[in-house]
Design a binder for this molecule. Sequence first.
Ligand code: ADP
Ligand code: ZN
Length: 609
Amino acid sequence: MDSLPPMAQPAILQPEAVLRSVFGLPAFRGEQAEIVAHVLAGGDAIVLMPTGGGKSLCYQLPSLCRPGVGIIISPLIALMRNQVAAMHQLGIKAAALNSSLSPAERASVRADLRAGRLDMLYVAPERLMMPDLLEMLDETQIALFAIDEAHCVSQWGHDFRPEYLQLAGLARRFPGVPRIALTATADMQSREEIRRRLCLDDARMFLASFDRPNIRYAITQKSAPQRQLLSFLHTHKGESGIVYCLSRATVETTAAFLQANGINALPYHAKLDPALRSKNQDAFLAEEGLVLVATIAFGMGIDKPDVRFVVHLDLPGSLEAFYQETGRAGRDGMPAETLLLYGMQDLVFRRQMIDQGGSPEDIKRVERGKLDALLGVCETASCRRQAILAHFGETMAQPCGNCDTCLTPVETWDATTASRKALSAILRTGQSFGTGHLMDVLLGVTTDKITRFAHDKLPTFGVGKELDRKGWSSVFRQLVVRGLIEVDHEAYGALRMTQAAEPILRGLEPVHLRHDSAPAKTAKTKPATAALSAAASGLFDILRAERSRLAHEQGVPAYIIFHDATLAAIATARPTTLQELGEIPGMGRSKLERYGATVLAVMAEAARV
Ligand code: ADP
Ligand code: ZN
């Protein structure tokens, strides 16, 4: 095995050798090699890579290979702990400085830093910029600054952190120390803002493909969300996942509903008691098979690799948000599944939020565009992934074969006549009524309201019996999405025709709409271990139990000991010597020393019975 020279040695270490010996990985992935080489040579970098793309290695390796300590700026204290634990498992000397430490612990980290005993220091931005720490760093050899979740400098997204703006000062104070900013945010505005606000003018930009081929997308109409959720979860028994809801109230009721149905679910939102909130987050990270029901307050920086599904019970505010949130699934590259439920209420609500929000008009315009991009993906009859990637400036030549529209092709129908009837109902009732009443008109239902306004006397009354209420609500929704109808928030959701609908009303333009299919019964994504033979899968379970025991003993999440992929590789290859075991991806030198003998013993025992 390669042996690592003492870390204090001021020479630059060979990155490939460290990749193999410390991380146990056979090769770089994608642009990692180039990024690492660039930073090793002292260059600044902006790294845009989707979640699970392997960003961490881009600063961890140069931190080890360059002389001095790598300073890693991360916005979330709760997650630094896990990252430091993961580094310790690899035999890397890492520490974190944040407000959760006791004064004694803080003093000990500072002493290690001063003595040059650290390879990596994780620190929150506000702490890094405190004068005393900066003064200490003036006297310390620094390998690099890594600014993780760099989109936090951007005021466009909902992750904005004012303290990130101060990080611009690092350029002046530490000239010659490379800075690498990383984010999984695909947002075009954020990319430019990162460069400008962090003074990364000369940084090289590394832009990876944002495709996440292992994630399956499905979007369907919201009818009975709790029941739809339950039926989705039935195909994901024992797996970890996130269910996003818009409001705290829905988070609470949904978590309670799932618990009542025998599903291990916990709530997470900003107003939850802080102790309980972090307890639930820790449980989600540490336990297997837990469903976290959360608002968007949850998720940034979550590096749990085995999140197998992400469900949205409400429409996110933009395609960017949708992509970031679903991106938390399948970090480990194994199959993962997402589901978004949405209906007319959602899109009306989201448009209203933008219109009535406090942003200046030019920002509102951008926000509307991002919402419309998401709605376009929701209503497309073609491949979802192609539509999503197109929005991020990527062209995908072929349909993906791993989204609901690819797996169950959607039919469209000629809705020209239906659309004209819908528009006519809106006009003849004076553009003052919502969908419910308009459907009564079209279907010829006599209600008090219909009689009161004498709408049963209209020529449109009862002309739309070829569709049922579901059919009409689908028509109205799609016409709203296409901007042919708008919803007047001031007038209690009354529908109005827009200019764009003129030619349709006059019969000059055809309209083709999507058939709202029954919730797609897509084939279940294969569980992460499906590729294993029966024998290997038995061994995988045994190894997993052993991993649980080790994790419990050390009080760390199981994935910090070994990823599922590593266990699956062991169960398949069945190594019998330490040498062979060391060849398994994810089995670095330190893990081999710590667990090699145990793993071999467990396998020998399993082979005997
Ligand atoms: P990101 O921070 O971009 O979301 P991570 O750095 O957490 O992604 O890496 C995602 C997963 O990919 C991790 O399980 C990591 O071990 C794995 N990984 C990263 N680089 C490589 C590589 N070169 N070879 C194999 N696996 C890798
Ligand atoms: Zn597709």
